[in-house]
Design a protein around this ligand. Structure first.
Ligand code: GLY
Length: 387
């Protein structure tokens, strides 16, 4: 017999306990909602692999100005967001205001970076052109052949694993219930959502459900066809190296480059971890770490910072970025009454966690989509519930 679990007084049910779902749950619980988050492993997901570079300016793409505005808004909130988390939980999130240096290794890279710089300047963004010598003065471990670069003083970093742990604790402190179960079916009654069936066989009823299940969001059984577009998994392989104690000066800021058309970045943490990311592969839900992926990352990172081959390689991993059809997130009410989306964050899940939490909590409270979220309506793909 199906049992209805405690939590029938749930105001907001969040499906997905990654940094996005937890961020929404925390902010909603702070506003007084009775919140339940269902996930087999809260604090897991892509953030366990992500490097945590907060890079709205260095990852700027042409035609993505609304996404830039959202990213900048989230970046601006990061210091206060992490300070609040740390104060509440006593946990460090690894947020570091390091800035980022994006460098060019040959004249083609330099032209590309010059164009990016011109675009950034047209948009009034903070970014400074440096010669190769100036880049190496900032980061002496850079390859002697570096031809120039962009110093972006506002693109920082956080440790996504520490952030996830802190968000789990903050949700608990705020009174959100974290249910270790999988949502196996969305229940729809009449024209609106009514709850979910869990992997335990139990039913959890709620009138408002936030779908934050990353690249599996559109696969939830019971979700009517047409409500969400497919969210494609985009694999990223990442390496973790360790700078031996006592830490010799290695890198003091995020360093990135485009090598043979592929992005490579190095994120040095205060605790001696050096993260190298990331491949971009579209081949379904596969998270195998491949020899080729590791080889390419090491080869490209080595061109940038030759000395890193001396460091111990302590971990390899692969995560799945949730990519929407236009690579921008889906934020707010869907065509199915009661179902709210917080998914499709693609390369920016960690960056966008603070602003997503704030915007969704605001929507849940007022029933009005905040202006910043309007360009990210889940309905922009023409999705609808079939009659
Ligand atoms: N934002 C970095 C990545 O997705 O690889």
């Amino acid at each position: 017999m199906t049992r209805v679990v405690s939590g029938s007084g749930t105001d907001v049910l969040v499906i997905g306990g990654g940094v996005i779902g937890l961020g929404v749950a925390w902010r909603a619980a702070q506003r007084g909602f009775a919140v339940v988050v269902v996930d087999p492993a809260h604090g897991g997901g892509a953030a366990q692999v992500a490097a945590g570079m907060l890079a709205p300016v260095t990852e700027l793409q042409y035609g993505e100005e609304p996404l830039l505005r959202l990213g900048m808004a989230s970046n601006e909130r990061y210091a206060a967001f992490t300070a609040e988390l740390s104060e509440l939980t006593g946990l460090d999130t690894g947020y570091r205001r390091t800035g980022t240096l994006a460098v060019a290794l040959d004249s083609d890279d330099r032209e590309e970076l010059r164009e990016l710089h011109a675009f950034q300047q047209r948009l009034g963004l903070e970014s400074h052109w440096l010669t190769g010598r100036e880049c190496r003065r900032l980061e002496p471990m850079l390859a002697p052949g570096v031809r120039g670069g962009l110093q972006v003083t506002g693109d920082h970093q956080v440790d996504p694993r520490r952030l996830s742990t802190a968000l789990v604790r903050a949700c608990e402190r705020a009174g959100a219930q974290l249910l270790p179960a999988e949502a196996t079916e969305l229940l729809v009654e009449g024209d609106r959502v009514a709850g979910v069936r869990l992997s335990t066989g139990e039913l959890l009823r709620a009138e408002r459900i936030v779908l934050a299940a990353g690249c599996r969001s559109h696969l939830l059984p019971g979700l009517p066809e047409g409500v969400l577009p497919a969210i494609r998994p985009v694999k990223g392989q990442v390496l973790r190296l360790r700078i031996p104690r006592p830490y010799a000066p290695f890198l003091s800021r995020n360093v990135r480059a485009v090598v043979r058309g592929k992005h490579v970045y190095l994120v040095p943490r205060a605790d001696g971890e050096l993260v190298i990311g990331a491949t971009t592969e579209e081949q379904g839900y596969d998270t195998t770490v491949t020899a080729g992926g590791v080889y390419e990352l090491l080869r490209d990172a080595h061109e940038l910072v030759p000395g890193l081959t001396e460091l111990p390689l302590v971990e390899t991993g692969a995560g799945l970025r949730p990519g929407s059809p236009d690579n921008a997130p889906l934020l707010g009410p869907t065509a199915l009454p009661g179902l709210v989306a917080a998914t499709g964050h693609y390369r920016n899940g960690v960056l966008l966690a603070p602003v997503t939490g704030d915007l969704l909590a605001e929507y849940l409270t007022t029933g009005t989509v905040p202006e910043l979220a309007v360009p990210f309506s889940p309905s922009r793909f023409g999705t609808k519930v079939p009659a």
